[in-house]
Design a protein around this ligand. Structure first.
Ligand code: ADP
Length: 328
């Protein structure tokens, strides 16, 4: 029997990034220092992160019938991803304009284009992928009904459901969150979700410094069985509804960040989510904690390279840095 799939339903964007001394003012034209064009989109970044950890990975997304869309097809094939593209002649492939100032500040415009047209019917027509999947991973760069359709199908097939709630969607509600087994917000997404879930107002910048019991109490307000909050340079925090869930002895715990030489943190959260899913597929009866440690390592390594999808480490990179025991 074929091994279960990692199934990512999500977004593809092409990133166009300029480095400039400072962002231009209204009406001003500036010369950029460097230009870099690369694949991105949270869904695609996650699919690449997952595939590079050796998991058989399928990806469902929508693109335009344009040059960027053709590029997406080639890139997915080169990564060995089983991609199912909904071609949208009436919309452009998603794109992001990124202006990086000399002191590192980013200004980003995202035009989601075709991603917003991902049709729930197109997702449902791919039911065979859900039947073959071990884990589903979704994010929030598509129309919410497509995401909901994916979660419903996964539930019907008994597939573990992971949501990277990025970026938090206006239509994200408690019902959609309750469809997920694991959510992986970063600090600002966690703060926003808490506000949506019950009005707790917390300053995202203070989260990493809070004690574990307090973070656990907050995470339990989301109504999701397992919450993994990524804390950037502070690693991550895991909170379960009860001890013993996914083989973890503790109901909550923290995993410290790995020491790395950070070059560019773009896509770190996607690297974390994709690697987590690859590790979840392979984990057998090992605790979730092992998968989280692996994801924390992969995400850290992704920050040592420029770009998003192209920065995702391969299984061999993780072994080389962290030793052979680090394989997910
Ligand atoms: P996002 O990219 O979604 O904002 P985070 O910034 O929380 O997500 O980063 C995701 C993960 O990437 C972290 O949980 C950690 O594993 C890793 N990471 C990010 N920044 C660093 C860093 N400076 N040093 C080590 N690991 C990092």
């Amino acid at each position: 029997m074929a091994p279960p799939l990692a199934l990512v339903v999500g977004s593809y964007n092409h990133d166009y990034a300029w480095r400039v001394e400072r962002a231009p003012r209204a009406g001003e034209t500036l010369r950029g220092d460097a230009f870099h064009s690369a694949p991105g989109g949270k869904g695609f970044n996650q699919a690449v992160a997952c595939a590079r950890q050796g998991a058989p990975t399928a990806f469902v997304a929508a693109i335009g019938t344009d040059a960027a869309g053709d590029g997406a097809r080639r890139l997915a094939a080169a990564e060995g991803i089983d991609a199912h593209w909904q071609a949208c002649p009436e919309a452009a492939t998603g794109s992001a304009c990124i202006v990086v100032e000399a002191h590192g500040q980013n200004r980003i415009i995202v035009a989601l284009g075709a991603n917003e047209r991902l049709d729930p019917a197109f997702v449902r027509e791919r039911e065979a992928l859900f039947a073959a999947a071990g884990v589903l991973l979704v994010q929030l760069e598509n129309g919410i009904e497509a995401t909901r359709a994916a979660l419903d199908l996964a539930q019907a097939h008994g597939v573990l459901r992971v949501l990277n709630p990025a970026p938090v969607h206006d239509a994200l509600d408690a019902g959609l969150l309750a469809r997920c087994d694991i959510v992986t917000p970063n600090e600002s997404e966690f703060a926003l979700l808490l506000e949506r879930a019950g009005g707790a107002r917390v300053d995202a910048d203070t989260l990493a410094a809070r004690d574990d019991a307090e973070l656990h109490r907050l995470a339990r307000g989301l109504g999701v069985a397992s919450v993994v909050v990524t804390l950037a340079a502070h690693g991550c925090f895991v909170s379960h509804a009860d001890a013993g869930r996914h083989g973890d002895v503790q109901a909550y715990y923290r995993v410290d960040a790995e020491r790395v030489n950070v070059v560019d943190t773009t896509g770190a959260g996607a690297g974390f989510a994709g690697a987590l899913v690859a590790a979840l597929l392979r984990r057998g009866d090992r605790p979730l904690r092992d998968a989280v440690v692996h994801a924390n390592r992969c995400a850290a390594l992704s920050t040592e390279r420029r770009g998003a999808a192209e920065a995702m480490p391969r299984a061999a990179d993780v072994e080389l840095r962290f030793g052979s025991g680090s394989r997910a």
